[in-house]
Design a binder for this molecule. Structure first.
Ligand SMILES: Cc1cc2nc3c(=O)[nH]c(=O)nc-3n(C[C@H](O)[C@H](O)[C@H](O)COP(=O)(O)OP(=O)(O)OC[C@H]3O[C@@H](n4cnc5c(N)ncnc54)[C@H](O)[C@@H]3O)c2cc1C
Length: 431
């Protein structure tokens, strides 16, 4: 069968979402699909992420109720998660690193219920368990193996790397192609931008798409580390293998603690990472029209609610860290890279913890929300519930940028879920 239209649908960015979108569009042999990737390699962040697979809490996906995105709710999200071919393998106690095992045991002793499939439990406010990882037979199983490889050699599908897209070419409000940074112009039947939460808004701005919400609303899960100077240096094949979920005084299931088995090449240090998962602080991708570049500003912990949740998270992770299972594997627990003992946290005031958290806070690499989905009547929404850029034609966005809220989960699987749903809608539209 030949492609219905010789002009391709161009998919920009071959990351977690772009691979799904391009591959699933190409499953229909009447669609001609061209996937363009700038140079990170096919797979994008899914090639280098820590493989933790999590779906998030049911309430994180009520986008129809919370943002007016018709058809987006936990029921549709759950069905899509369940139908996804992505492979998840639970970390087995026998392969877990020493920090993983110590964290699970510390949580057990603290009375946290053990939940076998915590990563896929969308309801419990508290629980502990080993992580599920996106892998097969112990090896990373990214979106390449799951989605791309089955269709990569089809004649209606082409993928190019080192193809940096400068901008979308518009004819009025209609997308008609893309321009590469080397000046090449590619005509398209439609364009799906999947360049990720930082690059997508920049690409839109360079294309003179100036909806007020472009770049606004960027967020990430703020995180903080308590470093463990390990008694026995280790090299673990599992990077992060255990997770504890709990609730702050003001939130529900809004704190995660993850075990990082090694933080240095010699395997002398591990860490417990505390993350605030229900995020209120908002940042933006600042666009500089003189250079055509953008810079992410997360404004982590700028909202008082996030700072309060982080305070609870810090005290919680400290209590776990000084309990026997963890102190038993660590010569020292440290609150910074200069080797400061973390024991000051035990008696610290709220203010002292806040000051430290504001200095030490890092990101979780879960950037999202910079071109949020919403109702067409919401002027800050960038795409509607079909992922079409509002007020434009033949132009869609599909990646972490369109999440209107950050789920209480690591973001790869939620992004893949969104990509599966958006592609089903795109196939309807194109068909
Ligand atoms: C170090 C790290 C660890 C992580 N660990 C986990 C984890 O354990 N579990 C989890 O669930 N999530 C994790 N994440 C987050 C998760 O991987 C991301 O949320 C998810 O991959 C985002 O998918 P995306 O499609 O939005 O963007 P990406 O996967 O980043 O894809 C965007 C793609 O677009 C390309 N691109 C950008 N600009 C252009 C352009 N102008 N032209 C052409 N191509 C372009 C990029 O090169 C990239 O390949 C991690 C992320 C990182 C960075």
């Amino acid at each position: 069968m030949t492609a219905r239209n010789q002009l391709p649908i161009v998919v920009v960015g071959a990351g977690s979402a772009g691979i799904v979108v391009a591959s699933r569009l190409a499953e229909d042999p009447t669609n001609s699909v061209l996937l363009l990737e700038s140079g990170s390699g096919l797979g994008g962040s899914s090639l280098r992420n820590y493989m933790v697979g999590m779906t998030g809490m049911h309430d994180d996906f009520e986008w129809e109720r919370d943002f007016g995105c018709a058809g987006w709710n936990w029921d549709t999200a759950r069905k899509t998660f369940n139908a996804m071919p992505d492979l998840l393998q639970d970390v087995q106690p026998s392969e877990a690193g020493q920090v993983d095992s110590a964290l699970v045991e510390a949580a057990d002793r603290a009375g946290v219920p053990r939940i076998a499939r915590l990563a896929r439990d969308a309801h419990s406010g508290q629980g502990a368990g080993y992580c599920s990882l996106t892998r097969s037979n112990g090896v990373r199983h990214s979106v390449l193996e799951t989605y791309f490889n089955p269709v990569r050699s089809q004649s209606n599908f082409a993928a190019r790397v080192n193809a940096v897209v400068d901008s979308v070419v518009m004819d009025g409000v209609r997308a008609v192609g893309v321009r590469l940074s080397n000046g090449e112009h590619i005509e398209a039947r439609g364009v799906v931008v999947c360049a990720g939460a930082i690059a997508t808004p920049v690409l839109l701005r360079r294309s003179n798409i100036t909806r007020p919400g472009v770049g606004i609303g960027l967020r990430d899960h703020p995180s903080i580390a308590i470093t463990l100077a390990l008694k026995q240096p280790q090299h673990s094949t599992i990077r992060i293998g255990a997770n504890v979920r709990t609730s702050s005084q003001k939130g529900y299931a809004d704190i995660h603690v993850l075990s990082l088995n090694e933080t240095d090449e010699l395997g002398k240090f591990g860490a417990l990472i505390a993350g605030v998962m229900h995020v209120h602080s908002r940042g933006e991708v600042k666009y500089d029209s003189a250079t055509g570049m953008g810079e992410p500003m997360f404004n982590s912990l700028s909202d008082e609610r996030d700072l309060e949740a982080m305070r609870d998270a810090v005290r919680y992770v400290y209590e776990l860290a000084i309990s026997q299972p963890i102190s038993g594997i660590a010569d020292a627990i440290l609150s910074d890279a200069n080797g400061t003992s973390a024991h000051w946290i035990g008696t610290a005031s709220d203010r002292e913890i806040d000051d430290w958290a504001l200095r030490q806070v890092g990101a979780y690499s879960h950037a999202a929300g910079s071109c949020a989905m919403g109702s067409s009547r919401d002027e800050m929404a960038v795409v509607n519930e079909r992922a079409e850029v509002i007020g434009h034609q033949n132009l869609w966005l599909c990646d972490a940028s369109i999440l209107p809220t950050l789920p209480r989960a690591n973001t790869h699987l939620p992004v893949v879920m969104v990509a599966n749903r958006v592609t089903a809608m795109l196939r309807e539209t194109l068909g």
